[in-house]
Each structure stands twice: as structure tokens, then as C-alpha cells.
Design a protein around this ligand. Structure first.
Ligand code: FE2
Length: 301
């Protein structure tokens, strides 16, 4: 489940090697982080200031509105956060296009965030908690079957970030899909109808005029089934406690990793200070579409 790329292995990787490994449900780890990061002083300032200035779960740069959320507009680090997060977003997008020329050819860069709080013991409500194992559903809006790719960097200079997983979507759906009630909600086509398409363009319009969170309200039949599975995982103690398929991973300071978070279950058990990039990859750009949750659910329907 974990593929580690050091500088040498990355340089020698074949064009579709890393993309295919992602589609098969691997976590791809890079040691060191293959992307140029903000200067040490800038990161240090964000590590120091953001924990006390945070207004939401994350500080996030929203490209569609060119705006940072999670901080007051007059925060002394608002401009720095904007600069660091928007630059990071551009660098990650460029890197992904280079290392995954097929899969990332039409990647849509979503938010670029900084998570400045210690993950362990945050006591967030279950559905918002990162400590519980889950798959991601609807990255800031409807995906309609497109894939949620997340690229992480541990920017804590001293402490590892620790993750857990209980396996990938195909396995979890087989074991828990019925109990989670997913079959009751599978329709032969999981795509949006005409009303759904109107709703999406309306919400995208709101996002463009400065309401970046408007797209969060968007949904589709597929996204609702995924949301149900996400909630089932977080709400079911027996699932959380099950040793079946349970694995833990450590990501050292300044290592990076990426994964399809709609496919690989995950939880952040501990760690503080991470950069998190979200990109949406078109389902039609997948080389192994039969492994995508959308097509697994459609086959089951
Ligand atoms: Fe997640």
C-alpha cells in the first residue's frame, strides 16, 4: 500500500508508473519532498502564528476566489498565508502534471491548505474529525465520480505525521457496503440530472463572486452515496476498532505523500503542521477506471 520514491527512483520513474500506482490504491511517499517549499522563515512564522489565529479547521487558499479562509482578513499573517499557499498550489500542480502526464493532464487544482493544529485529541465532531478512519466524499463540492487527489507535506521540522488506514475502497465496499446501507441508494446512473447540473453552475457562479464555500453545498447521487459511506465509517465504533486491514504509516519531517483519498481510507492519528493540496482528476483520465469508486458502485447497482 505504500510506495516510497527517493530522488533516484523518482528520476527513473516511467511516465505512467506513479499514476497507475495511485489508481491501484497506493500511497505514494516522496523522501524528500520533491517540491520547492517556502523559505524556512516563512514556514516558521506560519507554524507560530496560525495556531493562535485559526478561525476554522484549516487555513485554506481558494483559487476560484483567490482568497484565504480560516483567518481574519486583518490577520498579520493573512498576506503571507496567501502567498505561501497559492505558490504551493502552483508548484504542486506543475509537479503532478510532470510526473503523471496522463492522469493529471486535466487536473483541476482545488484548495491549498495549512493544518496548524496537533491532530491528536482535537475533539472535533466525529464527521469533521481527522482522527477517525474514513474515505473522502465530495471535496469542496460534488465530484460526480471524478477523483479526489490529495498531496501532503509534513512541514513540522521535528515530528512525524502518523496515519492509519484500513484498506481501499474496493475491499471496504465489499466488506461493509451492505451494512452501511449503500445498496439502498445506488441508482443505475449515479450522475446528476438536469436539475443537478443547473445547481452546480449556480453554485460555481456564487464561488466566483466571492463565496468560495458555496460549492460545498453541491452534491450528486454518487457524492451522496460516498458521503453515506464516509459517515458510516466515522459513526461505527466497531469499524474504527477493527484490526482488519489496519496499517499505520509515519511521514517524517519534510517528506511528502499523495493518495486518492476517495479510494484509500485514512486517518491522521497525530502530527502538527501540514500542507494539504487538493486536486480533482477526471475519471475519464484514469487508466484503470474499473478500480474507481464510481465504477465499482455503478457495477454494484
Ligand atoms: Fe480525509
Amino acid at each position: 500500500m505504500l510506495e516510497v520514491y527517493d530522488t533516484e527512483r523518482l528520476a527513473a520513474a516511467a511516465p505512467d508508473e506513479i499514476g497507475d500506482a495511485l489508481e491501484r490504491g497506493n500511497i505514494i511517499k516522496f523522501v524528500p519532498c520533491p517540491i520547492e517549499l517556502a523559505a524556512d522563515e516563512a514556514l516558521e512564522k506560519l507554524r507560530t502564528e496560525l495556531p493562535r489565529q485559526l478561525k476554522r479547521k484549516n487555513v485554506s487558499y481558494h483559487p476560484e476566489a483567490d482568497r484565504v479562509t480560516g483567518l481574519d482578513d486583518d490577520s498579520p499573517v493573512a498576506d503571507l498565508a496567501h502567498e505561501v499557499l497559492s505558490t504551493h498550489r502552483d508548484r504542486v500542480t506543475e509537479f503532478l502534471r510532470k510526473v503523471m502526464p496522463t492522469l493529471a493532464s486535466n487536473i483541476r487544482a482545488g484548495t491549498s491548505s495549512f493544518r496548524p493544529l496537533e491532530e491528536q485529541g482535537r475533539n472535533l465532531k466525529p464527521h469533521a474529525s481527522n482522527e477517525l478512519v474514513h474515505i473522502d466524499a465530495g471535496a469542496y463540492g460534488a465530484t460526480n465520480g471524478d477523483r479526489i487527489l490529495r498531496f501532503f507535506v509534513n512541514v513540522n521540522p521535528a515530528v512525524d505525521r502518523v496515519w492509519a488506514s484500513k484498506g481501499d475502497f474496493p475491499t471496504l465496499f465489499e466488506v461493509y457496503g451492505r451494512e452501511a446501507g449503500l445498496y439502498d441508494h445506488l441508482t443505475p446512473t449515479l450522475e446528476r440530472g438536469l436539475t443537478g447540473k443547473f445547481r452546480t453552475s449556480f453554485l460555481n457562479g456564487l464561488a466566483k463572486v466571492g463565496l468560495p464555500l458555496a460549492t460545498v453545498l453541491d452534491s450528486s447521487p454518487y457524492d451522496r452515496v460516498m458521503r453515506r459511506f464516509h459517515n458510516y465509517m466515522k459513526d461505527t465504533p466497531a469499524f474504527q476498532q477493527s484490526p482488519e486491514g489496519h496499517q499505520e504509516f509515519r511521514f517524517e519531517p519534510f517528506s511528502a505523500w499523495m493518495v486518492f483519498t476517495d479510494m484509500v481510507s485514512h486517518a491522521s492519528l497525530s502530527g502538527q503542521h501540514a500542507l494539504i493540496y487538493t486536486g480533482i482528476i477526471r475519471l475519464e483520465d484514469c487508466r484503470l477506471p474499473e478500480l474507481a469508486p464510481f465504477n465499482i458502485l455503478r457495477a454494484a447497482a
